[in-house]
Each structure stands twice: as structure tokens, then as C-alpha cells.
Ligand binder design. Structure first.
Ligand SMILES: [Zn+2]
Length: 207
């Protein structure tokens, strides 16, 4: 599922240029700051009655100022899934057009209302690359800056290998061997990303 977000605005382009310079703790702080500023800017008015909301609880709540409404709004993250899919000695990586030249990464997308995160993993891989998967297993999570999502990282095994790319989501998707990834440093995503961690864990299993 594609989410209309802030990936293309100037601030996020600037932040993206910074993340390669930061470690895990600094990334978490930046994710918190980025998310809170994003959330406050979009919750200035009550969604129930339309009146102004006001900051409370050191910025962690916004309360509607209408006498009879007083609706409380709390920050919430968007759950997103990201999955490392492997098939025998190869793994599935896709790339988006806006990424740096040559960079590929694991398949990712937002969880839709009403589905489990495991269902979202299966759906995203099928939709974006046309691959059916099995053995979906949770690995790690990470707060992500763009646009305030909680990334839930999984591994999975492919049941077939014929890729059909959804060109609305990805520019390309390919199967890579460990040697192909190791021999071209352009392929790997940002070192601070959960995608990088998932790929590195898979690479280490082949040593
Ligand atoms: Zn209200």
C-alpha cells in the first residue's frame, strides 16, 4: 500500500541526508522529534467538532478547547512491515526510483486496517514483486522517521521465484546472491536501517 506522505518535501530530503551520519540512539531521538513535530502540525484542530486543540502533558496530548467536546488526541505511529525474502541461496530486493543509483532494499509497506502484520508481509511481497511466501518470522523493530512509522522487520521464504514488479510501487526487483551484494557496495540500503540489518544477518549465514 502506498501512503501519500512527506517523502518528497525538503525537510525530509535533508533529514535523509543526515541519517547516514547518526548512530542508533541519535536516530531514535530524531525519529521522536520528527514525529512529534509532524503530529502537532496535523492535529491543530479537533476532528470531531472542528475547534482548536491545545497542547497538554508536555506535548504528548492535544485537547479540544470546545467546552462540551474536550476530545483528547494522543500521538500514534503507523505500523509498517519490512521483510527479507530468501529462496535457496538468493534474496529478493527491490528499488524505488527516488533512491540513490544502484541501491536496493527489502520489500516494505504499511499495514492496512483489519489485517495482521503477518498478513501485511504476505500481501506486500505478493503485490510489489508477485512472489508468494511462507515461514514469515518476526525479527526486529525500529522507529522510522518517514513519516513516523514503526517498522516491524521479518524474514520469509519464497514459494516461487518468478518476479512480477508492480511499477507503481517499485522501479525494479531482483534476486541477488550473497556474492553479488558483497561485490557491489551501492546495493545496500542505509546502515542505520532495519533493512540493512536484515540483509547483513542473511549475508552472515552464508559464511
Ligand atoms: Zn472537539
Amino acid at each position: 500500500m502506498k501512503k501519500n506522505n512527506l517523502l518528497t518535501n525538503g525537510l525530509d530530503r535533508y533529514l535523509k541526508s543526515l541519517i547516514a551520519l547518526l548512530d542508533g540512539h541519535d536516530i531514535e531521538l530524531l525519529a521522536l522529534a520528527r514525529f512529534m513535530s509532524f503530529w502537532h502540525s496535523r492535529n491543530q484542530y479537533c476532528g470531531k467538532c472542528g475547534k482548536k486543540t491545545k497542547i497538554s502533558e508536555a506535548g504528548h496530548v492535544r485537547i479540544c478547547q470546545h467546552e462540551r467536546c474536550k476530545e483528547h488526541y494522543f500521538p500514534s505511529m503507523d505500523p509498517a512491515v519490512i521483510v527479507h525474502v530468501s529462496s535457496k541461496e538468493r534474496c529478493l530486493l527491490g528499488r524505488k526510483k527516488i533512491w540513490p543509483e544502484g541501491m536496493y532494499s527489502t520489500i516494505a509497506g504499511f499495514v492496512e486496517p483489519g489485517e495482521t502484520v503477518e498478513d501485511a508481509v504476505v500481501r506486500e511481497v505478493r503485490e510489489e514483486a508477485g512472489i508468494h511466501i511462507d515461514k514469515v518470522a518476526y525479527q526486529h523493530s525500529q522507529a522510522w522517521l518517514f513519516p513516523g512509522s514503526l517498522m516491524l522487520g521479518f524474514t520469509a521464504i519464497a514459494k516461487d521465484e518468478k518476479i512480477t514488479v508492480d511499477k507503481n510501487e517499485l522501479e525494479d526487483a531482483l534476486w541477488f546472491t550473497r556474492n553479488e551484494i558483497k561485490s557491489d557496495p551501492r546495493i545496500l540500503p542505509y546502515k542505520v536501517s532495519i533493512a540493512y540489518k536484515l540483509i547483513m544477518e542473511w549475508l552472515s549465514k552464508g559464511d
